[in-house]
Design a protein around this ligand. Structure first.
Ligand SMILES: Cc1ncc(COP(=O)(O)O)c(C=O)c1O
Length: 374
């Protein structure tokens, strides 16, 4: 089965991990700080590495101070973790609908639901296409909310010349194997606000405080460390950070290949009946994680099944988050975000990954044309 996404590992990645394995450090050593500096070079803001994209979101919300009684406004067109991690901190999640073309959070829909209780507004750069951060920033500032960017799909993308990582107060990444780069499991939180980044760093390290000037009992002894707020162990080990730094060195080549494959899909699928291709807005330079087409005329399920039967691992991204039974059981009802639901009904992600060959891509296109004609 041709997958819809997968990692690209070369000899330089293997050598980096093997070198780390033979070193003194397996967990938190010099490669963690190096990887975080390497992320900053791409993201444009200092970063803290964490164990995956879900824990990155949990860490970001904890750093933002999300707690019971708060509201977090986000998109339903995302992986469940964007919303579930806020709910786990006791917040009420408010879903705002998406834009028809990009399936990103619609600032007008956000504007309509923010209140004095809105603690965070979380955009998702769906498929790697940055959300409308300038408009969202205005809204977050108007209500004093923290702007969060879930950039699990979008490391390497830019918005009006600015890298994803500098657009929100807190930006989260995932380095799962299907993403734009991988550390196996892994993630990061970047922030343009030093106090938020410090809170994120402390949260992912069990809440432990070691800086003498922050200690409540600084004269306890050289071994002393304290917890002031509860945290968790979400550290990313040296071994995986070694892979991350190596992958980041290849990010430019990864982006080129993803852009080549995207342009090729655009060209090869133009004019296929019953198919709508993804669009790109002015001023953005996406590093595409997904190539999401829309299958019209109620045929998405049939096309999914027939592509899978042909050995092509297409995927659907995503079930609107509030359709998950956990949200349904909290009282969320279908119909809340009709544009997202209409998008979901038609969406199909075609294979897109760095090592996808042009010949494999031709096979995907031929299979789709065999079903839809054209
Ligand atoms: C938009 C989005 N947010 C968060 C996550 C969670 O990342 P991870 O799988 O690394 O926990 C993912 C990945 O599946 C994602 O696609």
């Amino acid at each position: 089965m041709l997958p819809y996404g997968r990692q690209s590992i070369d000899e330089s990645d293997v050598a980096a991990v093997v070198a780390a394995l033979g070193s003194d450090w397996l967990t938190t050593g010099p490669r963690v700080a190096q990887f975080e500096a390497d992320i900053e070079a791409v993201a444009g803001a200092p970063a803290v590495s964490v164990s995956n994209g879900t824990t990155a979101l949990h860490t970001a919300y904890a750093a933002a101070g999300v707690r019971p009684g708060d509201e977090v406004v986000t998109t339903p067109m995302t992986f469940v973790a964007t919303a579930s991690t806020a709910a786990m901190l006791g917040a009420t999640v408010i879903f705002a609908d998406v834009e028809e073309d990009t399936a990103n959070l619609d600032p007008a829909a956000v504007e309509a639901v923010v209140t004095a209780r809105t603690k965070a507004i979380t955009a998702v750069d769906y498929a790697g296409h940055p959300a409308e951060y300038d408009a969202l920033r205005k809204i977050s500032e108007s209500v004093g909310a923290v702007l969060v960017g879930d950039a699990a799909h979008a490391i390497g993308s830019t918005y009006h010349g600015r890298p994803v990582g500098t657009l929100a107060d807190l930006t989260t990444y995932s380095f799962f194997p299907t993403k734009n780069l991988t550390t196996a499991e892994g993630g990061a939180v970047a922030s343009i606000r030093p106090e938020l980044l410090e809170r994120a760093r402390t949260f992912r390290t069990v809440g432990l405080v070691r800086d003498r000037d922050r200690l409540r009992y600084p004269d306890e002894g050289g071994w002393h460390q304290e917890v002031h707020e509860f945290g968790v162990n979400y550290r990313l080990p040296d071994l995986l950070c070694a892979l991350g730094s190596s992958q980041l060195r290849r990010l430019g080549a990864f982006k080129e290949r993803r852009q080549h494959l995207t342009a090729r899909y655009d060209e090869l699928l133009a004019g296929v009946p019953g198919l709508r291709l993804p669009t790109q807005r002015e001023g953005v330079d996406p590093m595409r994680h997904l190539y999401p087409v829309r299958v019209l005329d109620g045929r998405r399920r049939e096309v999914f099944d027939r592509m899978r039967a042909a050995g092509i691992g297409v995927q659907v991204n995503y079930l609107p988050v509030y359709w998950h039974p956990v949200f349904e059981d909290l009282g969320y009802r279908r119909g809340m975000c009709p544009i997202a639901e209409a998008f979901y009904a038609e969406e199909l992600s075609l294979p897109l990954f760095v090592d996808l060959t042009d010949a494999d891509q031709d096979r995907v296109v031929a299979a789709l044309r065999a079903i839809l004609g054209g």
